[in-house]
Ligand binder design. Structure first.
Ligand code: GLU
Length: 468
């Protein structure tokens, strides 16, 4: 079997949209699954709407998602000579022709067709004129006037188009720029693309592209048109439904692996499995299980899946992503065992990395900031002795491990007559500033002896000051 070669050809007219990312992902996963190639091509022939900023944003989003490409990025704007060469080939073979019909007569044709209740079509005035190139000439494909063009779609099945409905559409504009359908075919052909998976908003373009392949006497790639991603109200996904830019999810503390897991499930399934690691997706992804109904984007589901990925990720993996979020809060978290342990205590409690960074702040504070309510309730005189005694007990603990910590607590409980529940909350506030945190022994072990003792003494001092 030939090597599978897929592609992602975004138009750089904005950020990478969730729907576009899903298309990229399907092509990438299929290429990886088949040990094929994935090509990145930037479709920037619409100079007005394209921008370098968008190109950069697309690269950045793909890189963040971990979607890497084997060839490219190619830029259509740098391939104009190639499109010229192919249009010349078609003209020489009698498969395309120059047309100089002025805009007014095209407009008349359009009006007449609409009045007659028909689809506007070019009437073929220049089809047999044998015109040569000229400043205002466009190039049209000499399309068949009868018969059918058949799309054997991997996802949608067979779709038959009546050629009588199609017309001699433009492949090169009067300014020499190729139209989308023509550039795509020349590119896909010359890049050896044999599998085209894209949104079904392109279904109506496909018969035109098939006609161009046929005019060039080339074999067709396999086409698969994926239903669009919709919002909860079943309209096309847009800002109204929540963040639709991929990088917005990065800023909100989502993991790239969770986002790709969620995206792939918007249109592909493997039994009723919901959670997939990246490697599992590469192993299991084929085109057979792409569904025919649209994926409905559900931000809560994505959040829940993100929480699952955070829970099951290796701390070292999260350690690559978390420090950026802490830095935004003014804390430098160096790589190393401390960071990994911090993460381990927070994995089951964080839905996003932003949550995790919020909860991790106390580990990095030089001086713990007490929440007012927490301090009012728990950093008060009745607990002063317990905090001081605990600090004292901890001084002598060797090793500073869980069994010894438990004994130290027992001693303090006996001496003060307070039960564990009563002591644990002031200790928690002393160590974290808050009334909710990971397990008390977990935090004590991660913070380590000297930090714990300093924080207990700091809290004792705080109580003495406020009581005096
Ligand atoms: N540039 C087109 C788009 O972004 C690509 C369509 C295709 O896959 O052929 O929609």
């Amino acid at each position: 079997m030939d090597t599978i070669i897929t592609r992602f050809p975004p138009s750089p007219t904005g950020f990478l949209h969730i729907g576009g990312a899903r298309t990229a992902l399907f092509n990438w996963l299929y290429a990886r699954h088949m040990k094929g190639k994935f090509v990145l091509r930037i479709e920037d022939t619409d100079i007005e709407r394209s921008s370098q900023e968008s190109v950069d944003a697309i690269f950045e989003a793909l890189e963040w998602l971990g979607i890497d490409w084997d060839e490219g990025p190619f830029f259509q704007s740098q391939r104009l000579a190639l499109y010229r060469e192919y249009s010349k080939k078609l003209i020489d073979a009698g498969q395309a022709y120059y047309c100089t019909c002025p805009p007014e007569s095209l407009e008349q044709m359009r009006k007449a067709a609409l009045e007659a209740g028909e689809n506007p079509k070019y009437n073929g005035t220049c089809r047999e004129k044998g015109l040569g190139p000229s400043g205002r000439a466009v190039i049209r494909l000499k399309a068949p006037v009868a018969g059918t063009t058949v799309l054997e779609d991997i996802i949608k099945g067979t779709i038959v188009f009546q050629n009588a409905e199609l017309d001699d559409f433009i492949i090169v504009r009067s300014d020499g720029m190729p139209t989308y359908n023509f550039a795509v075919v020349v590119d896909d052909l010359t890049m050896g693309i044999n599998t085209v998976i894209r949104g079904d908003d392109h279904v109506m373009n496909t018969p035109k592209q098939i006609l161009i392949y046929q005019a060039l006497e080339s074999s067709l790639p396999a086409f698969g048109h994926v239903p669009m991603v919709l919002g909860g109200d079943r309209s096309r996904l847009s800002k109204r439904h929540g963040a639709v830019s991929v990088t917005a999810y990065r800023e909100m503390g989502y993991l790239p692996d969770a986002v790709i897991n969620y995206l792939v499930r918007l249109g592909w399934s493997f039994g009723d499995q919901e959670f997939f690691t990246r490697n599992e997706l590469i192993q299991k992804f084929t085109l057979d299980n792409i569904g025919r109904s649209p994926g409905i984007f559900n931000p809560e589901k994505l959040l829940a899946l993100n929480a699952d990925h955070i829970k099951s990720a290796a701390p070292e993996y999260l350690a690559r992503h978390l420090p950026g979020f802490l830095e935004k809060k003014g804390f430098i978290a160096a790589q190393g065992p401390f960071l990994n342990q911090v993460i381990e205590t927070l994995q089951t409690r964080s839905k996003t990395l932003l949550d995790m960074a919020d909860s991790a702040v106390f580990y990095y504070q030089g001086i713990v900031e007490y929440e007012e309510k927490a301090a009012d309730k728990f950093l008060t005189a009745p607990y002063l002795e317990a905090l001081e005694l605990l600090a004292e007990q901890f001084e002598n603990l060797n090793p500073f491990d869980q069994p010894n910590l438990e004994n130290a607590f027992k001693t303090v409980m006996e001496k003060t007559g307070l039960n564990f529940g009563k002591i644990a909350q002031p200790v928690r506030v002393a160590l974290t500033g808050k009334t909710a945190s990971p397990g008390i022994f977990e935090i004590i072990l991660v913070l380590g002896k000297s930090r714990v003792i300093a924080r207990l003494r700091g809290a004792a001092l705080f109580i003495m000051k406020r009581e005096s």
